[in-house]
Structure formats: C-alpha cells, structure tokens
Design a binder for this molecule. Structure first.
Ligand SMILES: Nc1ncnc2c1ncn2[C@@H]1O[C@H](COP(=O)(O)OP(=O)(O)OP(=O)(O)O)[C@@H](O)[C@H]1O
Ligand SMILES: [Mg+2]
Length: 344
C-alpha cells in the first residue's frame, strides 16, 4: 500500500537528458515521451527581441535553411551552454510540454547534464527547471546516467567503463561503488565528426555542403573500419570554383579518412583514462569490457575500431541514444539512489 502511495506521489516526476544534440524527457510510469533535437528557432524583431518560432524537430528542419531574420539556434554546443537564455526557454518548453499541468503536484526532475558544466551553468539549468514548475531538481552527470541506463553494475565494487559519444561531447567514466572514479570529457563527438566531413568534402571535391549534409553522410555511409563492399552515395552541394550546384559520389573510404582525426582524439582520451585507472578496476575492465552509448556508438564498426586500438572488448549498449534518458528514469525509480546522488 505504502509503495503504491509513493508511486502515485512521485508519478509525474521527470527525467531529462539535456543533450547538446537531442533532449529526451521521461515521465515516471510512462517512459520516454519526448525525444527531440535541442534546437530553437527564433525570429528577431526590429528591436532585436527574439521570439521563439519553434523548438525541437520543427526547429531543426530550419537549420541552414532560414531566411535572414529567422535563426535556428543550438543553445548548447560542444557540451557547454552557449546561449543561457535560449537554453532556459528550451528546458521550459520541454518541461511544460511533458507536464501539461494535469497533476496538482509539481514534479521532481532529474536532469542529466554534460560532465564538466561549470557551477554557473549548473545553476542556470537548475533555475530554468525550477521556474518551469519543478518542485525539486537533481542534477546527474551524463557518464553516470549512461552507465545506469546501460545496466552496468555501478554499485558493485567492480570497475565499469562507459564511453558516451554524443553530439557535443564524448564522456568517459570509470565507475565503481556508485561513484565516478575517473572521468574525462572531450569536446569531440558527433558534431566535430560532421564538421570534419564538411571540411573534407570541401578540400577534396571543392564542394560546399552544410553541417546537416555532413551528418547525413556520416549516418548513411560512415564507417570506422573498412567494409566489404564499401558504401557510396551521391552528395549535392555548391561547387566552390564555379559557384554552381553540383554533385559528386562519395564512398565510405572517403568518410573514414575524414573521420580519422576526431576518432583518433576519442581513442587518445580513452587511452588517457585507461592509463590512470587503478589496477584492480582495470582488471575488471579487461574482463567486462567497455560499453559505448550515445548516438556516436552507432557509427559503423566503431566498437571494433576502438577494440583494436585499446585491445579490450568493446560493446554497444542497448539503444545507445536512449541510455542516458533511461538512466535518469531508473534513478527516479529508486528514491534511495536519488538521495545518494543528490550531491549538490
Ligand atoms: N546511426 C547513426 N550513426 C552515426 N551517428 C549517429 C547515428 N544516429 C545518431 N548519430 C549521431 O549521434 C549524435 C547525437 O547523439 P546523442 O543524442 O547521444 O547526443 P546528445 O546526448 O544530444 O549530446 P551530448 O551527450 O554531447 O550532450 C549526433 O551527432 C548524431 O549525428
Ligand atoms: Mg548525451
């Protein structure tokens, strides 16, 4: 009985994966109900005031295609809050969309934030959620949420290694006994890979494509390892020399060459973490391997590539794009764990 009451009491509580590329909102008992790009489209009036036109999917479709006075903003870039005001509005929008104020009780909200946000940024996230109607806000760091979401045995006295490759950051964490023993966050992830592809196409083919074009190529034919047969696709853009629209055929070998540098940086960060991992925990990792989450885990062959580089088994977590959000959901289920993690 008491359990039922408790569940009812907390049933509108939310978990939010505030990602630089995608924001997911999960409501206790209902699962993930929002999964949209972290993009806000604004229009500036003649006084410079910004009106929000769209948030999420609708706003992402406007990226790179907007007329002069409309701007599609990604308020969180590279794992930092680039635009506080828009981040706050975006958080509010998603909370209000999920909450719908049907329930009297204001929700408790757990928000997963990139590891390495400054105190000022954390405060901004917390205050946005409070002003959007939260009763209480808990922040959880992304590698921890990803590890919980990927079902790693984080509370055991055993080392688990999680690598979450998102849009803005790659976060690497060694977790044992419910805490992050070692963690590292680098601002090299999906976005940098997209940009590297854009730069490559420009250099090799004199073709100008946008950031979204780079992302499409990565998802459609990108591979970290050689494929048999290799993949190819037609890419449209503007020829840098003639200025005319033009198309070229691009292969997965091209993309591998383009992704080389960002992938190397991810490998270096992983090696740095492994080097300072205490021997006992390292032993557990040798046995259990590394788990990949975040959208970057879906790059073809990335598990094999990383495994070859660091000579350890590497696994892709189940539904890697959802791991962080699911992790916040699991924390909501366990009030005890929640209090333990409410460390600031
Ligand atoms: N099938 C795919 N293959 C390769 N990359 C993909 C695929 N699907 C999504 N991605 C990439 O995953 C990234 C988004 O992942 P995710 O939603 O985990 O990021 P995020 O949580 O918003 O960002 P961060 O954790 O850095 O704040 C994007 O760069 C996207 O291009
Ligand atoms: Mg993320």
């Amino acid at each position: 009985m008491i359990l039922d009451q408790l569940i009812g009491f907390f049933s509108n509580d939310m978990g939010i994966d505030l990602g630089t590329a995608n924001t997911l909102v999960l409501v206790r008992g209902k699962g993930i109900i929002i999964d949209e790009p972290s993009v806000v489209a604004v229009q500036r009036d003649k006084y410079g005031k910004q009106d929000i036109l769209a948030v999420g999917h609708e706003a992402k479709n406007m990226v790179g295609k907007t007329p002069g006075d409309i701007e599609a903003i990604r308020p969180m870039r590279d794992g930092v809050i680039a635009d506080f005001d828009m981040t706050e509005k975006m958080i509010r929008y998603f909370i209000e969309k999920a909450h719908k104020r049907k329930n009297f009780l204001r929700p408790r909200i757990i928000i997963s934030i990139p590891y390495g946000l400054t105190q000022v940024e954390r405060k901004a996230v917390r205050e946005s959620a409070m002003s959007a109607g939260a009763r209480e806000v808990f922040l959880i760091e992304e590698p921890m949420a990803a590890a919980i979401g990927a079902d790693l045995p984080i509370r055991e006295p055993k080392g688990s290694l999680i690598v979450d490759i998102g849009g803005g950051t790659t976060e690497i964490g060694v977790i044992s006994l419910g805490g992050l023993v070692i963690s590292k966050s680098i601002r090299v992830a999906g976005d940098k890979i997209d940009m590297a592809i854009v730069d490559y196409v420009k250099k090799k083919y004199n073709l100008l494509i946008g950031e979204r074009g780079g992302e499409e190529i990565k998802i459609e034919i990108g591979s970290a390892i050689s494929l048999n047969p290799e993949l190819s696709m037609m890419v449209k853009g503007r020829d840098q020399v003639s200025g005319l629209l033009s198309r070229i055929e691009m292969t997965s070998e091209d993309v591998r060459e383009a992704m080389k540098e960002p992938l190397r940086e991810i490998v270096e960060a992983l090696k740095d973490v492994l080097e300072v991992t205490p021997p006992d925990l390292a032993g557990d990792i040798v046995e259990n391997g590394i788990v990949l989450t975040g959208g970057g885990a879906l790059i073809r062959g990335l598990d094999k590539y990383l495994s070859d580089e660091v000579k350890l088994p590497v696994f892709i977590g189940e539904e890697p794009l959802l791991a962080v959000a699911k992790g916040t959901g699991k924390v909501l289920e366990e009030i005890g764990l929640l209090q333990q993690l409410a460390n600031e």
